[in-house]
Write a protein that binds this ligand. Structure first.
Ligand code: FAD
Length: 497
């Protein structure tokens, strides 16, 4: 377990002082079956989808808002950190309990409470899995627009905390645009409701503040979401290019036509060669990159929009543009997109998934530099990303057993993040800052900006113990982890040799 100034002193047993009393109080409030404390049981909860690792002292699995509030109160009475967790699919270490403490796992609160098709609203518990909600909405001809590629596992609570994006947020906007109301357990265990069922709310928009706060301001226990209608008609196109750069040029060319496709995704050659043999979606193995583009609307308009997209792609250098003719063909194209990251995992002992964002028009130059930088550091890189949003997700493949490889991958990742910032972008497009990137915050925010964010945490009452060591730089005693934090520690070590 990591140690922290936020955590209790360690007893001779190896557990923090007061461990038994903490477990006893949690078991009394939630029931023994909802509390895990044996290290062997906690191993499954020491990580998310990054390479960060840290064991919680205790994991609890509340089934109601009252139980969440009780767990928060008990953790605070015992001076333990509180870390909310959904499915643990996060890609910035946000749910990793780097300072130990009580991990509050929300997956048992997984009820869809209400679907109101007329007002286009649904009320859900935070542990509902994104795809589960979409499946429940389908018979009503409705959807919850944020659709992260991890939607088979990630929770709506995690989507809210990270303000997640997805292929279809290009046209519809990210999660914050689809959240109407929240019930939240604040630090100290107070329960509050923010927003409601209406799009606009009077007063200070605390609902907007909570979305994207990465579990640092409270634990979301109920969510009212805005629903959108499934479009009557959709066309899915695949445009094939010789290079990533050419495909990147086409992204701006399409949008310059005055058309916002509902999705505009890029898969490069590495990804195509990993997924095509498994999914047989029809992506050409010799392509430098493809764009997977979707337009939707009324039947009469989608044909014209698809023709506009095709024209823009051909003019930008596409060697082929294909329209999916059947629902099954469309599904396979998307299936290949959604299994892309998993396929990298199967092909390499480890990979480091980066998340940056740049103005769309800078994508061609930045992608060229990303490829050059990865090659300079000696890494195979696979790119699969929401290109329309200017997001980029280079995946650096490496073998952590190779001496020096982890340090080199971190150096390379930092260089790529710098490229994004220098191009007028930022160090995350959708995965959040979490633990991994908090030291990069100083690249894009002034000390005054960061102080304002810290003041918000203080005002909510959770600055010290609510998901400590996340989002904002600083925080004494947090374990260094593997991200930018670890790189800083390695450099300090190298400097002192
Ligand atoms: C293969 C793959 C593809 C992905 N694709 C995308 C993508 O397309 N777009 C995208 O944006 N992300 C993507 N992600 C990242 C990730 O899935 C999202 O960030 C997702 O929203 C996290 O949900 P989760 O339930 O797994 O949350 P976790 O990882 O468990 O937690 C994430 C953060 O949310 C906080 N949190 C969780 N639940 C609550 C709650 N109830 N209240 C308060 N805070 C809470 C945690 O403390 C943590 O800071 C992908 C990940 C993988 C592995």
């Amino acid at each position: 377990m990591a140690t922290s100034s936020a955590a209790a002193p360690v007893a001779p047993s190896g557990q923090p002082a007061g461990h038994e009393a903490l477990v006893r109080d949690l078991e009394q409030a939630l029931g023994a079956a909802s509390v895990l404390h044996a290290p062997e049981d906690l191993i499954a909860f020491e990580y998310d989808a990054t390479i960060e690792r840290a064991l919680p002292e205790v994991a609890v699995f509340p089934e109601s808002t009252e139980q969440v509030a009780a767990a928060v109160r008990i953790a605070e009475a015992h001076q333990r950190p509180v870390v909310p967790r959904g499915s643990g699919s996060g890609l910035s270490g946000g749910a990793v309990p780097v300072a130990g403490g009580v991990l509050v796992v929300m997956t048992k609160m997984d009820r869809i409470i209400e679907v109101d098709p007329v007002n286009r609203v649904a009320v859900v518990q935070p542990g509902v899995v994104n795809l589960g909600l979409q499946e429940a909405l389908a018979p009503h001809g409705l959807l919850f627009a944020p659709d992260p590629s991890s939607q088979r596992v990630c929770t709506i609570g995690g989507n809210v905390a990270n303000n997640s994006g997805g292929p279809h947020t290009l046209a519809h906007g990210s999660t914050v645009n689809h959240i109407l109301g929240l019930e939240v357990v604040l630090p100290g265990g107070r329960v509050t409701r923010l927003g409601g069922r209406l799009v606009d709310v009077p007063g200070i928009d605390l609902r907007g503040l909570l979305v994207g706060s990465e579990g640092t301001l409270g634990i979301v226990t109920e969510i009212t979401v805005r629903l959108v209608r499934v479009a009557p008609a959709v066309r899915t196109l695949v445009a094939v290019f010789d290079s990533v750069e050419a495909a990147s040029e086409a992204v701006s060319a399409i949008i310059r036509r005055g058309l916002i496709p509902v999705a505009l995704e890029m898969l490069d050659r590495e990804i195509i060669r990993l997924v095509e043999p498994r999914i047989h979606a029809g992506y050409p193995l010799d392509a430098g990159a493809v764009l997977l583009i979707e337009v939707e609307g009324l039947a009469e308009s989608v044909e014209a929009d698809a023709a506009t997209v095709e024209d823009a792609c051909v003019l930008a250098g596409a060697t082929e543009v294909r329209v999916a003719r059947t629902a099954a063909e469309r599904e396979r194209l998307w299936e290949a997109r959604k299994v892309g990251i998993g396929a990298i995992g199967a092909a390499s002992p480890a990979f480091y998934l980066l998340d940056g964002v740049v103005p769309r028009t800078r994508l061609p130059a930045v992608m060229r530099d990303v490829l050059e930088t990865s090659a300079r550091f000696g890494f195979r890189v696979a790119n699969i990303f929401h290109a329309g949003d200017g997001n980029l997700h280079p995946n650096l493949m490496f073998d952590p057993e190779e001496p020096g490889a982890t340090a080199r991958v971190l150096e390379c990742a930092e260089a790529i993040m710098r490229l994004c910032v220098d191009a007028g972008g930022a160090v995350t497009g959708e995965h959040g800052i979490g633990f991994e990137k908090r030291s990069y915050m100083e690249w894009i925010f002034s000390p005054a900006d960061l102080a304002a964010m810290h003041a918000v945490r203080v005002a909510f009452g959770g600055a010290e113990r609510f998901n400590p060591c996340k989002v904002l730089p600083g925080g004494h005693g947090c374990s260094p982890g593997h991200g930018a934090e670890a790189l800083a520690v390695m450099r300090r070590g190298a400097d002192s040799v």
